[in-house]
Design a protein around this ligand. Structure first.
Ligand code: BTN
Length: 266
């Protein structure tokens, strides 16, 4: 039996944080992202967070579903109202990955890497994913919802043909990991990074997310509905975009959105 999420404990221990005052906890929701978006449109304040044991319609990027058995994993979404332009919003995805990676290292001793644009991997297996959704009014971000699923206590099945293999913290450590402790480490770290992003102090963060990025220096294939680009990943810029060198030797800037990235076969 997994330990349940304890919203009262989270409230108490996050007292100093802007996440403490609007913690919503549900045994089951359709999607924490969908719920936070509804709250955002009703005027909910920055720092609102929804955590669920189970989602009946969990969503991933590119219209995929996000499957997670009840009570096993960490499923949450946060609401931000960053005073920034819409084209910088994916810097938030990057700092959430960075904060999660650090919390995972501290609480579990597991070394995850960022697979641009929105995943955490351990080796060749997916550990976590982030879905960032936002609304812009006159180029400025009105709200941003960042939803994250981290595989904690789940033993994933083998992937279907062509699917990415998944892992979890219990698979990596053979220990039972407290989702409460993980969240209590992750949220203050994320808040601190978020404040740096808002202040425009990106240099140290930029350096860190490049250092922890899985794909840099490697041959990659980027696919969207419009095109397919092959190249070598050079760096992530301070808006969270990936810079690659294409086969003609030209630098191309790939903004996240609806693209997928995979390592090219050797
Ligand atoms: C992906 O890898 O495609 C992103 C997955 C994001 C899943 C999380 S789980 C909590 C939040 N609610 C959702 O419906 N999706 C995100």
């Amino acid at each position: 039996m997994h330990e349940l999420i304890q919203p009262e404990l989270l409230k108490k221990r996050l007292a100093e944080s802007f996440f403490s005052s609007h913690i919503h906890y549900y045994p089951s929701v359709d999607s924490t992202n969908a719920l936070v978006k509804t709250l955002a449109n009703q005027g909910a304040s920055e720092g609102t967070i929804v955590i669920a044991e189970e989602q009946t319609a969990g969503r991933g990027r590119r219209g995929k579903s996000w499957v997670s058995p009840a009570g096993a994993n960490l499923l949450f979404s946060v609401l931000l109202r960053p005073p920034m332009e819409g084209d910088r919003v994916f810097a938030l995805t990057m700092v959430l990955s960075l904060a999660a990676l650090k919390a995972i290292k501290k609480i579990c001793g597991v070394k995850a890497m960022i697979k641009w644009p929105n995943d955490l991997y351990v080796g060749a297996k997916k550990l976590a994913g982030i879905l960032t959704e936002f609304a812009v009014t006159e180029k400025r971000v009105d709200w941003a919802v960042l939803g994250m699923g981290i595989n904690v206590g789940w033993r994933p099945d083998d992937p279907e043909e062509g699917g990415a293999p998944a892992t979890s913290l219990v698979e990596e450590t053979e220990r039972s990991i407290s989702r409460n402790e993980l969240l209590l480490e992750l949220l203050p770290g994320f808040e601190a990074f978020y404040k740096e992003v808002v202040r425009g102090r990106l240099e140290a963060l930029y350096e860190q997310w490049n250092r922890h990025c899985l794909v840099l220096g490697k041959a990659v294939v980027i696919e969207s509905e419009m095109e397919r680009i092959e190249g070598r990943a050079l760096r992530i810029d301070d808006c969270g975009a990936l810079i690659i060198e294409d086969s003609m030797g030209n630098e191309r800037r790939i903004i996240t959105g609806e693209v997928s990235l995979r390592l090219a076969s050797p």
